[in-house]
Ligand binder design. Sequence first.
Ligand code: OFO
Length: 163
Amino acid sequence: MLKEKMVEALNLQLNREIYSAYLYLAMSAHCSYKGLTGFANWFKVQYGEEIEHAEKFYSYLIEQGARVELEAIEKPPMKFGEPLEMFEKTLGHEQFITRSIKDLLELAVVEKDYATSIFLQWFIKEQVEEEANDNEIIAKLKLAGEDGAGLLVVDSELGKRGH
Ligand code: OFO
């Protein structure tokens, strides 16, 4: 059985994952509006991944017979600027999520909650991957610079990201 402190922290993370999904859906809509269909695709796939992350927390709480408490989801911004700025914001958000997962793991270790520690390992690895993907795209966008043709090459590459 999970301790109350842990149930609260896991529910908070569930909310943060849903917010991540919401944020990336808003970014996808913004890119579609600007005609950047490849970027829109990338963020839409990311939205789906975040829903999966949220569902992992949801299922873990259910499996442990713990309370699921769905809190309000914060409204994401509507304006994001140019693609480079968007990916810098994305990286910043993922760094925040990484810290949040690490805090959860620290709590699990302090509480000697071995099951939750093991459950969180997947997220620790996933965050390394997410930050690496964002850094890679940021590097490409920096190379493209102000060059519209370069931006379209990155857009077409991101359009290939599958579900
Ligand atoms: Fe983007 O990894 Fe979940 O939030």
